[in-house]
Ligand binder design. Sequence first.
Ligand SMILES: Nc1ncnc2c1ncn2[C@@H]1O[C@H](COP(=O)(O)OP(=O)(O)OP(=O)(O)O)[C@@H](O)[C@H]1O
Length: 322
Amino acid sequence: MSDQTVASRNLADPVARRELVSGFDASPGGSKPDSILLVDKITRQFGGMTAVDVEHLEVQRGLITALIGPNGAGKTTFFNLITGFDRPTSAGKGAHWAFDGRTLDKTSASSVAQAGMVRTFQLTKALSAMTVIENMMLGAQNQAGENLFKSMFRGSWRKQEQEIEAKADELLARFKLYEKKDDYAGSLSGGQRKLLEMARALMSDPKMIMLDEPMAGVNPALTQSLLGHIQGLRDEGMTVLFVEHDMHVVRHISDWVAVMAEGRLVAEGPADTVMSNPAVIDAYLGAHHDTDLGDDALLSDEAFEQIEGEVEAEREAEEEQQ
Ligand SMILES: Nc1ncnc2c1ncn2[C@@H]1O[C@H](COP(=O)(O)OP(=O)(O)OP(=O)(O)O)[C@@H](O)[C@H]1O
């Protein structure tokens, strides 16, 4: 499949997306027809412990890719490494990664953002003490960068600030936060915070948005709206890479899923295929037994029989006591 063919597909169409991913190489680290992110040989050790050891990973442009894995698998560390917030132990020893054709090996976090790869951040104490609009204006810093500095000298600072604020207003309206513009970010609900984190990241016009647990702490009423926003970004042509623990969410919105366990990439594929992959089930069950992989079909007949047996035994024990 040529890049041209990939580029001409309308990825807002689910049928076109399914057709596209059906042609992907589903082995861990498999190549993609139009990779926006390419990662090679990234390792990160903390003391003697290897937190990340990713040999190769490609992320397809224009799709929603989920990065999943049990607790401690290295997902957040991996996000930190590729966005320049941490440095690989393998830096200078084979580590290489590139975004949209631009090598990022020695790039600072702000340059990574300027290249178009932007991650969301949870609201820190300091950001919570700022208003919603102030948070948005901060999000624009990456975009303006040097230009903002230059414009201050050219005297066009005020005009640029007005443009940025107009953009912030537009995004706040889109995310239904406009009424909250002058409220402290700390006063927002869990779901509204997630919306603000996303809106702030969009201030810098990213090509790829990276979301770390976008659904954590979101009440059911806002879940649907958040999912809709994430899908909407993809439908407009943005690439989305997200880390999420809720497997129902992963199944619902991901076009492609990459799985990490013990620092390594262990599986890739469409959600349904990946979550029935024995290596993935083993990785989760090995880490914690109570994980809901989002599919009741994974419960085997034996498992059902065992549960039924336990319930029956409990009932009998209760009856005996009476
Ligand atoms: N700064 C650090 N110092 C020492 N060890 C660390 C540090 N950061 C992460 N680790 C360790 O690296 C491993 C990977 O952690 P990481 O947070 O990346 O995993 P994760 O997949 O994001 O987990 P979770 O899903 O629980 O957030 C863990 O064993 C963690 O304890």
